[in-house]
Each structure stands twice: as structure tokens, then as C-alpha cells.
Design a protein around this ligand. Structure first.
Ligand code: GLU
Length: 477
């Protein structure tokens, strides 16, 4: 326990895990085997920068190798430490099992403030960190495949991929050593938006079941729902943009590191993000809303849906009781502490848990990894064949209509949509949507089907842990 009376992040994840295993019959020893983190590698390396050697501390933690490769992002932040990467690696194991991506769980981190360094310096640091991990097979297409996380993105992944290729010149699958690469460097369409897109698909699926929405005292769909978003980084930005522009949700507040912007009529997320890009990532002076200096206070605003999309532990024992949102979707990893989770559940708040809600990223990473291993873009073989078949049907319908004088007219919009074969982006979105729906259904089956399960988090853990346990059992471990 820390001074705040809260367990550490890793302890919090373990406590949530144990809440689920208490309701399962895993057999002797298996609970512990699944729960513990297999290994954590710590590296301290030096890079000559600005005339002196700077020492950096990095980690790559492997939580479970029940399936390989293991998967999980690399985070750049000053908050990175061993406890954090181990908690995040554990969440990756459960997340991958829940959305059926065939990976074990891993996570990495570098203790660094990326804003302090320019692009060239960051490249040197990243390549050196990658070198340390690659030579120990902690980055490897068959064993351990990193991806972006907080503070990293396409650029860093491209450097890592290139570093791996330089060190493994004859590995034909080199590109599959990391996901989240830019499309021109072996990435896949739709990976950048994937986690936010997954949050949108998760919310849509939740609202497809009126009885689930009713548990949060809500009805209807996303249209008109009042939403507070914490963090307008890659995940929060895409989630907020998609649900407001495509589903009619109203983003009434956005919380960032320099406070919150509140606008009851709804914020234009694209406009706000453009503003941030022009103002060093700050929102305080944004003209189309009221600025609250105490950003955290905005977590407590009355709204329908709260989307914590920044980092762990933001809803804790100190503020949980004041949270008014009846529905929270954890777009970040671990935003609600174990104690806060208990308080919120007692209040009747419905929580769509992180391991499900933010699984869109790793799902599309899986598609990218498969694409890299198959060395061909999704849709390349089928797209025109699909279009050809649709065209045949349209032409035949039109021929019949005029031959029989039926006067049928296909609308130009229908024709355009129907004649379009699926490109890579369409296929990625369809695969992601299917994944999010299937995983939600697995969770809700447990949530509604078992009298001793009253929340989605425990349901998610039960689904994941059973799947991991099955893999261990069939391995004879
Ligand atoms: N860092 C992301 C996560 O926490 C993505 C991981 C991946 O794509 O491997 O899920």
C-alpha cells in the first residue's frame, strides 16, 4: 500500500484478477502461474547527447508466454517504472485473450520526457534502446512484438523496425518485429485510429442491448449522449472525434494537462485538436469553451459517459465517490484503481473495462503482424473480383428493368457503395468491429449468465483467464 492508501498499479491489477479467480475453479497453482509476471528485463544504457553521456533506464516485461510472440506497447514517460510495466504487461495478457489475438502479454517502457529531446536525439535514443532489446530477442517477430503506447507512435516504430532489419539482414519477416509502423514502412491502414475506433465500436455494441444500457440508467444509442473525455492524445482524440462526428454524441468537456475546456453545447473535437497542435499541446486559451484550471474536477461533471483516455490511476479513492457519470469506458489502461472500482460499483456505475475497451489497438496490430508475415496487403487479390461480381449484378438488374419496362432505378449512392470492393482500411475496420462485438458478447454472456457476476470487469477477467488456463492445460503445464 502506498501513502495514499491505494495499492500500486500492479497490485491493483492483481486484486482485480483475484476478484475473478475467487469465482473460478482453476486447480492448484494455476491461479498463481497465470497471475505472476514471468520476467522483467531492466536496461540502463548511455547515449552521447549534447556533449555528454546521458543514461536512460528502460524495461521490457513479459507477463505470460502461454502464446508467442508476446505483445504490448513501448511507453515513453517519466512515470515509467517496473511496477507500471508489469501491470501493463499483465493487462496485455488478459486483453489479448479477450479479443482472441494469439499473443501472450508484454509491455515496455523508457523513463524519459520525450518533449525534452529533438527528433534526431529521440531517434538515437530509440535505436539504442531497440538494440538492447533486439539482441536479447525482446524484440523479434516470433517472440516479442512491441507497438506504440503513451509517448510513442509511428515514427518510433519505424526506427525500431529499421534497427531490427539492420541487425537481422536475412530475416524475411523482419517487418513483423513491431507493429504500429507507418503504412509506407510496412504498417497497415487504420492502425493509428484503431484504439479510438475500438472505443466507438465498444460503445455502439453496449448500446445495442437496451438492458445493458438500462443498468447504467441510460437508454437509446450514442446520439445526444453527454460525454466527458480525459486526454486528447491519440486514443481520446479519435474516440471523441468518431462518436461526436458519426454517432451524434456531445463532448461537453475535454480534460488535458493544463486544465479542462467545458462547453455544454458540445465541443468540435477536430477544431480543438488543431488548436492544440498550434499551441504546444495546450488547451487553456481555446476560445470555444470555458477553461477550468483544475482539470481533475471536470471528471466529476454530470454527464452520461466518462471516457478516461490518458493514464492509470486517475479515478481513485479520493474522487471516486464524486464521479457522477453512470457509464465509464476505460479507454486508457488502468484509469480506475481497485478501491475506486469498488466505490463506483456500489454506486451502480457501469464500467466497460480497459482490457476490452482499448483492445482496438492490439487487434489492428494483429492484422498488421499477419500482413507483414503474409507479405501482401489485405484486399489486394479480392478487391477487383468483388467489384466485378457486384457490377455483373447491377448490370443484370438494370437490363431486366429495361427489358421488362419495370422502371427500377438504383440510386447513384447505392450503386457507388455497392460497386466498391473492400480496400485495406474497410477490411481492417470490419475485422475490428467484428472483434469488438464478439468479445463484448463473450463478456455479457458471463455478466448476465452468472448470478455471482455483477460487473463487466469480472466478466472480462473470467473470459480471459479461462482462455489462458485452457492454453496452459493443453500444454500440460
Ligand atoms: N499499447 C497498446 C495497448 O496498450 C497497443 C499494444 C499493441 O498493439 O501491441 O494495448
Amino acid at each position: 500500500m502506498s501513502v495514499s492508501g491505494e495499492p500500486s498499479f500492479r497490485e491493483s491489477v492483481d486484486l482485480m484478477f483475484k476478484r475473478a479467480t475467487a469465482l473460478m475453479d482453476l486447480g492448484p497453482g494455476l491461479e498463481e502461474k497465470i497471475r505472476v509476471c514471468n520476467s522483467t528485463y531492466t536496461v540502463r544504457f548511455g547515449v552521447r547527447l549534447r556533449g555528454k553521456i546521458e543514461t536512460f533506464v528502460g524495461y521490457r516485461s513479459v507477463h505470460s508466454e502461454h502464446m508467442e510472440p508476446v505483445k504490448g506497447g513501448i511507453r515513453y514517460s517519466l512515470g515509467v517504472n517496473q511496477d507500471e510495466v508489469e501491470a501493463l504487461a499483465a493487462l496485455m495478457t488478459y486483453k489479448c485473450a479477450l479479443v482472441e489475438t494469439p499473443f501472450g502479454g508484454s509491455k515496455g517502457g523508457l523513463c524519459i520526457d520525450p518533449r525534452k529531446w529533438d527528433e534526431h536525439e529521440l531517434e538515437q535514443i530509440t535505436r539504442r534502446f531497440a538494440y538492447e532489446l533486439i539482441k536479447r530477442d525482446l524484440i523479434n517477430p516470433a517472440q516479442n512484438v512491441p507497438a506504440p503506447d503513451m509517448g510513442t507512435g509511428e515514427r518510433e516504430m519505424a526506427w525500431i523496425a529499421d534497427q531490427y532489419a539492420r541487425m537481422n539482414t536475412t530475416d524475411i519477416n523482419a517487418k513483423a518485429c513491431v507493429t504500429g509502423k507507418p503504412p509506407h514502412a510496412g504498417g497497415i491502414q487504420g492502425r493509428v485510429e484503431a484504439t479510438g475506433r475500438g472505443v466507438q465500436y465498444a460503445l455502439r455494441e453496449f448500446f445495442r442491448y437496451p438492458e445493458d444500457a438500462a443498468k447504467a440508467g441510460l437508454s437509446g444509442d450514442l446520439d445526444g449522449k453527454r460525454v466527458v473525455v480525459q486526454g486528447l492524445g491519440n486514443v481520446g482524440y479519435h474516440a471523441a472525434k468518431f462518436i461526436s462526428e458519426e454517432d451524434g454524441a456531445k463532448i461537453i468537456a475535454v480534460i488535458e494537462r493544463d486544465g479542462a475546456i467545458v462547453n455544454d453545447a458540445g465541443l468540435d473535437i477536430e477544431d480543438l485538436r488543431q488548436w492544440m497542435n498550434r499551441h504546444d499541446g495546450l488547451i487553456a486559451a481555446y476560445p470555444h469553451g470555458t477553461h477550468l484550471a483544475d482539470g481533475a474536477a471536470a471528471l466529476e461533471l454530470a454527464c452520461d459517459i466518462l471516457i478516461p483516455a490518458a493514464m492509470e490511476g486517475v479515478i481513485h479513492l479520493g474522487n471516486a465517490a464524486n464521479i457522477k457519470a453512470p457509464l465509464i469506458i476505460e479507454a486508457a489502461n488502468g484509469p480506475i484503481t481497485f478501491g475506486a472500482d469498488e466505490i463506483l460499483r456500489k454506486k451502480g456505475c457501469v464500467i466497460i473495462p480497459d482490457m476490452y475497451a482499448n483492445a482496438g489497438g492490439v487487434t489492428v496490430s494483429y492484422f498488421e503482424w499477419v500482413k507483414n508475415l503474409s507479405h501482401i496487403r489485405f484486399g489486394r487479390m479480392q478487391r477487383r473480383a468483388e467489384e466485378g461480381r457486384s457490377r455483373l449484378l447491377v448490370e443484370e438488374l438494370e437490363r431486366l428493368s429495361s427489358a421488362q419496362n419495370l422502371g427500377w432505378q438504383l440510386t447513384p449512392d447505392f450503386k457507388k457503395k455497392f460497386l466498391q470492393g473492400s480496400d485495406e482500411l474497410a477490411l481492417v475496420r470490419s475485422g475490428l468491429d467484428d472483434t469488438m462485438r464478439t468479445a463484448y458478447q463473450a463478456m455479457r454472456e458471463i455478466w448476465h449468465g452468472r448470478a455471482d457476476v455483477n460487473d463487466l470487469r469480472v466478466a472480462a477477467y473470467i473470459v480471459s483467464i479461462s482462455r489462458v488456463a485452457k492454453t496452459y492445460q493443453s500444454k500440460g503445464l
